[in-house]
Design a protein around this ligand. Sequence first.
Ligand SMILES: [Zn+2]
Length: 318
Amino acid sequence: MYHKSSEQLTSVENVLSIDVEDWFHILDVSSAPSLQAWIELESRVVSNTLFVLDLLSKYKTKGTFFVLGWVAKHFPDLVREIERRGHEIGTHGYGHELVYTLTPEQFRRDVGCSLEHLSRCTSRQILGYRAPGFSITPASSWALDVLVELGLRYDSSIFPMKRNHGGFLEFSQEAGWITTPKGNRILEVPVTPINLIGNKKIYMFGGGYFRLAPLSMITAGIKQLNIQNKYAMVYLHPREFDANHPKLKMNLPRYFCSYVNLNQTTTKFIKILEQFNFNSIEKVWDLASLNTLKTQPIWNKDSSIQPDKERILTYIAT
Ligand SMILES: [Zn+2]
C-alpha cells in the first residue's frame, strides 16, 4: 500500500472532483451524438472510472464524483462502487446540457431526474451539483435557486474567468456561502485560477488545462494557493485517463483541447496525489452534519457562516 510522502508540502486539503461521464459527452460539437443514441455506443465509463477508483485507493485519497444521471440509470453498480469506496457522490445533471441553454423548468427536470436515478443507488443524501461545462453564468444564476429548491446544499459550477462554456468573471475565487438571486443560501465552491500580474488569471488544475500545463507549473500553482491557505480545485473526467477511447470529429482547436496529452493524465495525476492532500468537497467543508438538517434552514445551524463572509449576488440580473 502506498504511504504519503513526508515531503508533502502543506496540510491544506485540496478538492478532487471527477465528472463521471463517457467519451461521447463532449459539449457543443456538432458530431456529438444525441441522448437517444448514447445507449447504442460503446461505453467506457465503467472501466475508466474503476481505473480512477483504483488509483485513488492506492494513494489513499477521497474525492467527489459528480455522476451524470444517465450514467447512474444505465450503470447503477458503478455508482454503488464509488460510494462503497468512501467517495462522495454529487450530481452532474442527467442529459449533460449547458445550463444557459435551458429554461429554469427544463433545468429543474434535468437535475431532478438525475437525483432520482442517483438516489436509487446511493444510501446518502446528494449534497452537490456540478454543471456541464461550468455553465452557471451571470445570466443563468437562477439555477442556484433551483438547486436549493431541489435540496442541494452546494454548487461547484462557477468558473471565475473566461472560458468557452460558462465563465463568471466577477465571481469570487474562493468558496463561501452565497445568497442567491431569490435570497436562498448555498455554498459555492468555484474552480481556482491563479492570479498573474496585470489582472490576468490562469487555471491549470482540470480537464484540458491540466493535460496541457507542464507538471512543474501545476505543482507550483497548487503550492502557491496552499501557501496562502487556499485550496486548489482539480477536476478530471474518466475518459481523460484513457488515451485510446474513440474520438469525435471536431475542428482543430476543439480537437486539441479535448484530446491533447491524454497519455500524460495518469502520470501527472499520480504526481500531484503524491505531493498534495486532496479530499471530497463534503469532507473539506465538513458538510456531513448538514445531512441531519431536514427541516431547518442550513444557515441557522452552521457556525462557520458569518455575515461578513457572505457574498450577495444582488447585482445579478434575474
Ligand atoms: Zn461534463
